[in-house]
Design a protein around this ligand. Structure first.
Ligand SMILES: Cc1cc2nc3c(=O)[nH]c(=O)nc-3n(C[C@H](O)[C@H](O)[C@H](O)COP(=O)(O)O)c2cc1C
Length: 319
């Protein structure tokens, strides 16, 4: 089981405040578990694998309108300093998610962030309205824009106007803070950041996986059934950091950094570049306690440099 209330105080050095603000949301820790890499949080917490008091929130795996079986295996493969996946948004669909998964998330000693994806803007709006009805105990709603728009096949997150349309539609039907997760697979991520910030995003999550492939040359076949997949893990950290830097320069919207973070030092790189918080994905596969361990390391580093909170370090980089 997760540690009792008060465990957070015991686990971090005196005088250090791990709390942080992401726009209107106050988090107990700047380290969150990223979507699709930590289940609903109930699994790991239930097995006593992590102290969620040290975690700012768990972002649930993306939920769609209808259940999805996902892609056929193999849909994950290891790569140098990372992994490629093409899970294909496997999920039970919004009805079952709200009925079966969300109650468990509400009971966790950390924030519950729901993540949705649609095939068109109306789909996102429908899903956001369903979440709004069940919003009790939900910290924020994250929009996964790394999915194809059915009308022309291009990801929503690749077109400023389409991305903005999705965000504006969702904002019309929800009172929850809306976090918009961007894809790094674009030429100018700042253009997308500005578009969704202007449309009302409360925070940007920067970002999702980087498109790639892995090849078995003897078989003349790709390693993944789908051919291409999303690269994650330490290999993408420099790309994610650059994307965060570009978004921070382009807009005042709070940014949550994500991509290849495996340690407190990695996380603080994102903070000094200007991120308000971070999400940890692939590292949780190697160690389910990774997010909590990274939070503990951040606390230790704060003591080392004589800072009382990460707010003192945020955006302090000199380029
Ligand atoms: C196996 C796997 C499944 C993922 N599923 C989702 C998902 O359902 N929705 C989403 O927004 N991101 C998903 N992601 C992306 C992660 O949340 C994260 O943005 C990305 O992996 C980069 O962070 P990392 O390098 O720390 O893993 C997934 C990543 C992995 C590795």
């Amino acid at each position: 089981m997760s540690a009792p209330a008060g465990a957070l105080d015991a686990a971090i050095p005196a005088g250090v405040d791990l709390g942080c603000d992401v726009g209107p949301v106050r988090l107990q820790s700047p380290v969150l578990a990223a979507s699709g890499t930590f289940g609903s949080g109930v699994e790991a917490a239930g097995h006593g694998l992590i102290d969620l008091h040290l975690v700012g929130g768990v972002v649930a795996k993306t939920v769609t309108r209808e259940p999805r079986a996902g892609n056929d295996p193999p849909r994950m493969t290891e790569t140098p300093a990372g992994m490629l996946n093409s899970i294909g948004l496997q999920n039970p669909g919004i009805d079952r998610f709200l009925e079966v998964v969300l109650p468990g998330m509400r009971a966790l000693p950390t924030g519950a962030i729901l993540n949705i994806a649609g095939a068109d803007a109306a789909d996102y709006e429908h899903l956001a309205a369903r979440v709004e009805e069940a919003r009790d105990g939900v910290t924020a709603l994250e929009l996964n824009l790394s999915c194809p728009n059915v009308s022309h096949g291009l990801d929503f997150g690749r077109e400023p106007a389409q991305a903005a349309k999705v965000v504006a539609g969702v904002k019309r039907v929800t009172t929850l803070p809306v976090w918009v997760k961007l894809t790094p697979n674009v030429t100018r991520i700042a253009d997308i950041a500005v578009a969704v910030a202007d449309a009302g995003a409360d925070a940007l999550v920067v970002g999702n996986t980087v498109l790639g492939t892995a090849i078995d040359w003897r078989r003349r076949r790709p390693m993944l059934t789908t051919g291409f997949g999303g690269l994650s893990g330490p290999a993408i950290r420099p790309i994610a950091l650059r994307c965060v830097a570009e978004c921070v320069r382009a807009t005042d919207c709070p940014v949550i950094g994500c991509g290849g973070i495996t340690s407190g030092d990695d996380a603080l790189e994102f903070i000094v570049v200007g991120a308000h918080a971070v999400q940890v994905g692939t590292a949780s596969f190697a160690a389910p306690s990774a997010a909590a361990g990274i939070a503990r390391e951040i606390a230790e580093r704060l003591v080392e440099v004589g800072a009382a909170s990460i707010a003192e370090l945020r955006g302090t980089i000199r380029w």
